[in-house]
Design a binder for this molecule. Structure first.
Ligand code: PNS
Length: 185
């Protein structure tokens, strides 16, 4: 007898992705294995500091990066994440937890999202150990100061970072690498 599975699970992997890192891609790969469809959703108007990459640039980079996966798409959203989730018919949110320092922020966000949309589950996954210290913020900071980040971001992101040279502060201007909240990835 042929069994037809009608109950497909769509999940959203939301974030700022400024820029996408290998840690993000690792999470995408893990998420894509356990859901039927994964939507990588870029927040358009973040309250964070001015992003280095425009939303369109981040969407283009992610679209290129997720090409190897047959069940991953890229979208942008504004407003409440739960509204976007309902709009696209997602049943779960995927978030990465790298270290205990991520936990408090992620827990608060998951609980607030549950309050707003009880039908939506948050799934936490851990990236590969080698990426547990990687964040977009650190990548930008280290790159700005001339550090080698080639093993931590996709090659195309490295290329786009190089194209942004004019936009990043030159070495020695006292750019603070560690400001921001734990969730500022
Ligand atoms: O990569 P980030 O910056 O940690 O992602 C944070 C993001 C985009 C998931 C979060 O800021 C978000 O969902 N923003 C949308 C607004 C919203 O729904 N806020 C209430 C959630 S508590």
């Amino acid at each position: 007898m042929l069994l037809v599975r009608m109950n497909t699970v769509k999940a959203i992997y939301p974030g700022t992705f400024d820029p996408p890192t290998n840690g993000h891609l690792d999470l995408i790969e893990r998420g894509a294995k356990i859901v039927d469809h994964l939507v990588v959703a870029i927040l358009r108007n973040s309250s964070k500091a001015e992003p280095l990459f425009t939303t369109a640039e981040r969407a283009a980079m992610l679209t290129e990066c997720v090409k190897p996966f047959g069940n991953v798409s890229v979208a942008t959203f504004d407003g409440l994440l739960v509204d976007f989730a309902r709009q696209v018919g997602a049943r779960a949110l995927l978030r990465g937890i790298r270290a205990i320092s991520d936990y408090e922020y992620e827990f608060q966000m998951a609980m607030m999202n549950r309050k707003l949309a009880p039908e939506l589950e948050t799934i936490f996954m851990m990236p590969a150990e080698k990426y547990t210290y990687v964040s977009s913020r650190l990548i930008k900071g280290v790159y700005r100061l001339g550090g080698d980040v080639a093993e931590l971001i996709p090659p195309l992101v490295l290329e786009r970072l190089a194209n942004k040279r004019g936009a990043v502060a030159p070495e020695g201007t006292g750019v603070d690498l560690v400001e921001g909240s734990p969730g500022d990835d």
